[in-house]
Design a protein around this ligand. Structure first.
Ligand code: GBE
Length: 497
């Protein structure tokens, strides 16, 4: 861990240690707490085939499996950030944020995915973005992989193929070499629990491969190794000179037992251990490896299903040690809460969902967003933060995404309600529970291409007019309030309960 992260730790500890009984609605964000906003390459860049960029699995899916996209749209032009980086930086400057979280497009830098042919136009673009950010005093927080795998690597099988760990390491090295002098915060992967669903079923994510009960575990196995290889590479070759931090972003909903029974509690614990522990335990736990409960469940269910070996691959002891401890911080994406009820395992159906043994739903009283999976449940945020602290020994956490969707408009009061509620719970977790959170990122800087939902769901603090070729961006009401919070480091008094 670098001195920089350490000083956050000390600072947060000091603030928490010095807490005095006070009205919880008056808590403020400690000095040094950082605010930012996020995007991802495929969702904003556009220019899908410009200046030598190669094709990614999202180019493929949107062009060839259009029926999977709610409005049949694609990210060909998206927000056209490839041509408008100065405009984006001006929005960031106006918000007054401390950092900008963006992701690199692998196929823009390495059109075939392989290291033998670098696209210099891609290097130039990201140099331009990073330099423009630094010029305005905005720290870059870079995600190495936010889902847009080069199609040629998918043609080799994609993440279930273990060789991708090496190709990912090559790609990460290119980034460290070219940009590591200026980027001090790296996230290897965004939400492995989500994009590996692309090898489980064809409903959510590219490459939409149907291999239920197998593909997701195989993909996850490679991703964990790839993450660890990139971390060790940074440690061995770059940390001494570049002095940055490397972490990973995991996403997890809070699971609230629908009834207060032991079985409901156990079902929610399984949900947490499959959805987060599958990645969190190998990296952040003291013992490493997949969680016991995940191993036992998948091993036993596989056997009952008549397989000679478990559908969950095994790490060797060397691999367990190699992966354990490979993160300087925990990146958390958190959006919502689900109600959990245990469900019986069906032996005839190998599937990840079946392995968990849970049925989840939403409480109808929780305010809806434009996304079927997303409700405004602020108290779940505090619960998940406290559980992370307990599970993984209070690691330094940065919230790398939190946000709310609607369909139209600048008067986005439901988004304001969401962010105020979640930030208020975050303050309680900081001040009352001693959770070690050092930053918060709103998803998203602006409306963008929402994957299979196309442009039908908007998450931005800025409105983007997608019918205008100039893609004008205008600040929403929520953006103005976020700006006020960033400037004052507190929840505006008129929103306090
Ligand atoms: C993040 O994922 C992503 O990192 C970001 O790229 C994205 O724009 C943002 O969320 C907003 O979605 O069948 O309707 O239940 C659910 C958040 C799909 C976690 C949506 C996948 C939430 C995981 C599909 N979920 N996502 S269904």
């Amino acid at each position: 861990m670098s001195g920089r992260t350490l000083s956050f730790l000390v600072l947060v500890a000091a603030v928490c240690g010095a807490r005095v009984p006070t009205n919880s609605s008056n808590y403020t964000f400690p000095d040094g707490f950082k605010f930012g906003v996020a995007t991802a390459s495929y969702q904003v860049e556009g220019a899908w085939n410009k200046d030598g960029k190669g094709h990614s699995i999202w180019d493929y899916q949107t062009h060839n499996e259009t029926y999977l996209i709610a409005d049949g749209s694609n990210g060909d032009d998206a927000c056209d950030s490839y041509h408008m980086l100065e405009k984006d930086v001006a929005l960031l400057k106006n918000l007054g944020v401390d950092f900008y979280r963006f992701s690199f497009s692998w196929s823009r830098l390495l059109p075939s995915g392989h290291i033998n042919a670098v696209n210099n136009a891609g290097i130039d673009y990201y140099n331009g973005l990073i330099d423009a950010l630094l010029r305005e005093g905005i720290e870059p927080l870079a995600t190495i992989y936010h889902w847009d795998l080069p199609q040629q690597l998918q043609d080799l099988g994609g993440w279930p193929n273990p060789v991708l760990a090496d190709y990912f390491e090559d790609y990460a090295r290119l980034l460290f070499e070219n940009f590591g002098d200026r980027i001090k915060m790296w996230i290897t992967f965004n939400e492995p629990s989500v994009f590996t669903n692309g090898y489980e079923s064809n409903i959510n994510h590219a490459p939409s491969i149907e291999a239920p009960g197998f593909g997701k575990y195989l993909a996850s196995h490679t991703v964990l190794k790839a993450h660890a290889q990139a971390y060790h590479l940074y440690n061995n070759m770059f940390r001494e000179t570049q002095k940055g931090n490397v972490g990973i972003t995991l996403t997890i909903d809070w699971c609230e037992p629908k009834e207060e029974t032991e079985h409901h509690l156990a079902a929610c614990e399984r949900f947490q251990q499959f959805e987060m522990g599958l990645y969190g335990n190998p990296i952040f736990s003291e013992e490493g490896d997949y969680p016991e409960i995940v191993k036992t469940r998948v091993d036993n269910i596989s056997e009952a299903q008549g397989f000679r070996r478990s559908r969950l691959p095994k790490f060797t002891q060397d691999e367990i040690e190699y992966i354990r401890g490979t993160a300087d911080f925990f990146g958390l994406n958190h959006y919502t809460t689900q109600l959990g009820t245990p469900s019986t395992v069906i032996d005839s159906q190998p599937s990840y969902r079946n392995d968990i043994g849970i049925h989840t739903e939403y409480d109808e009283s929780w305010p809806e967003s434009a996304s079927s999976w997303l409700r405004d449940v602020p108290w779940g945020f505090r619960k998940i933060l406290v559980s992370l602290k307990q599970r993984y020994g209070n690691p330094p956490i940065i919230i790398t995404e939190n946000g709310f969707s609607d369909r139209e408009g600048h008067e986005d009061d439901s988004r304001i309600h969401y962010h105020i509620g979640y930030l208020t719970e975050l303050l309680k977790a900081l001040h009352e529970d001693g959770v070690n959170v050092f930053g918060y990122t709103a998803w998203s800087l602006m409306d963008n291409f929402e994957w299979n939902q196309g442009y039908t769901e908007r998450f931005g603090l800025h409105y983007v007019n997608f019918t205008d070729p100039e893609r004008p961006r205008t600040i929403k009401k929520s953006g103005k309030i976020f700006k006020e919070i960033v400037a004052t480091r507190e929840i505006p008094e008129r929103f306090r309960k």
